[in-house]
Design a protein around this ligand. Structure first.
Ligand code: GLA
Length: 394
């Protein structure tokens, strides 16, 4: 296994295959519960089989050298000077994770790392969380071995540390959903996660004759552009306005639909009221979706997916022409129960619930409508749900 990656690793870093270890972490698709995680809400993601793979080997010094199969420039960093690399175009996620791991007290050792990223960058499928979790797992595993520590790795903690790296090192104030899904995913299971306290339940993803088809807009986006952090700020402002009437609430998630209807007049700013309304109803939709999937009620689940997208378009305003075009085309196609954007929005991907016999026609029809409207093509994947971060035998 991993023969050609091992050869490539040796080509860059020398030596033999001895000491090389392989770690993997996946991207995710979020079924529903969008822009709810950073305000303590519910989300319902699942890990994909698409992964970042990292080959890692310890060194005897404090250097950390990184390279990727599709990016031939090596990054050479110093574990004792990690503050220097924040502005790297590639490598900042990895070094941010190393920095936060050390700050959290994990003993790290120097190492050589080769990355193979199979989650398309900027796809809305959490390519960054896949890189972070694979890196965290590799660095902690090597660090433990180098220091003779025999302890089970706490994956939830690695997810939290990776999230911190994104906050402090990259500057995106993301929630915990992506890192948690990448760390904790299970084959053929969706994760119903309560982001307030990280309690979760694995729900079997029984889709019968239906499949989740991901449509990638090919519109690259970067969350660093500020819109994401702006939405988060708007929610915090909304929370502060509601706390005047509900002093006990800590997160927007604590606001029920009834509370919202009772106190919406306190949300004096139109934009903020729309943002809060999305969050309150989206949390409700997650609970209903979990119930629907448990009851094998795919029609209701599809309907909730549609409502979620419409709310993200009209109230949260994070969709845009590309995502809306894909979703509208999908909803017109045969055999589709629901379609919505997945991830942060502003480009990225959609997820549609499509009958398995209609998938070929779906891709043809939706793809051609998208290209006609947008001027370039979309890509489609029939998603398979896989395991979270792990070490693999070489
Ligand atoms: C990005 C963030 C997540 C979450 C989603 C929107 O993927 O990393 O934490 O907020 O956007 O649901």
């Amino acid at each position: 296994m991993f023969k050609s990656l091992i050869e490539e690793f040796i080509g860059y870093f020398g030596g033999s295959s001895e000491g090389i270890r392989v770690f993997k972490a996946p991207g995710r698709v979020n079924l529903i519960g969008e822009h709810t995680d950073y305000i303590g809400g519910f989300v319902f993601p699942a890990a994909l089989t698409m992964c970042t793979t990292v080959l890692a080997r310890p060194r005897n010094d404090r250097k950390i050298n990184l390279i990727a199969t599709d990016l031939k420039q090596m990054v050479n960093a110093d574990l004792d000077n990690l503050d220097m690399y924040r502005n790297l175009k590639w490598g900042n996620y990895q070094l941010g994770v190393a920095d936060e791991l050390q700050k959290a007290g994990y003993p790290l050792c120097g190492c050589d790392l080769l990355y193979e990223d199979k989650v398309p960058l900027g796809s809305g499928l959490s390519s960054s969380a896949a890189i972070e979790i694979a890196t965290a797992l590799a660095l902690v595993s090597l660090g433990y071995a180098a220091n003779g520590i025999n302890r089970k790795i706490n994956m939830t903690e690695l997810a939290l540390i990776s999230q911190k790296a994104e906050h402090n090192y990259v500057g995106v104030k993301c929630g915990i959903m992506d890192q948690f899904a990448s760390a904790m995913g299970k084959k053929d299971m969706a994760i119903f996660l309560d982001c307030r306290d990280l309690t979760y339940e694995l729900v079997p993803l029984k889709l019968n004759d239906y499949r989740l088809v991901i449509g990638f807009t090919n519109k690259k986006r970067s969350l660093g552009e500020g819109k994401y952090n702006e939405r988060r700020k708007e929610c915090e402002e909304g929370l502060a306005m509601l706390q005047k009437a509900m002093p006990g609430i800590e997160y927007l998630r604590d606001v029920s639909v009834q509370d919202f209807l009772k106190y919406e007049n306190l949300l004096v700013d139109d934009v903020i009221r729309k943002r809060v309304k999305h969050v309150v109803y989206e949390n409700e939709r997650v609970l209903e979706s979990v119930k629907a999937l448990k009851n094998n009620d795919l029609r209701t689940f599809g309907e909730l997916m549609n409502q979620s997208h419409d709310s993200l378009r009209d109230l949260y305003e994070v969709t845009g022409k590309e995502l809306d075009t894909l979703v509208n085309a999908a909803r017109k196609a045969d055999g589709v129960l629901g379609s919505r954007m997945t991830g942060a929005g502003f480009g990225g991907s959609t997820v549609s619930l499509v009958h398995k016999d209609s998938i070929d026609d779906f891709i043809k029809q939706v793809g051609s409508e998208y290209e006609k409207e947008i001027g370039y093509s979309a890509d489609f994947y029939v998603s398979e749900i896989g395991d979270g971060g792990r070490e693999e035998e070489i």
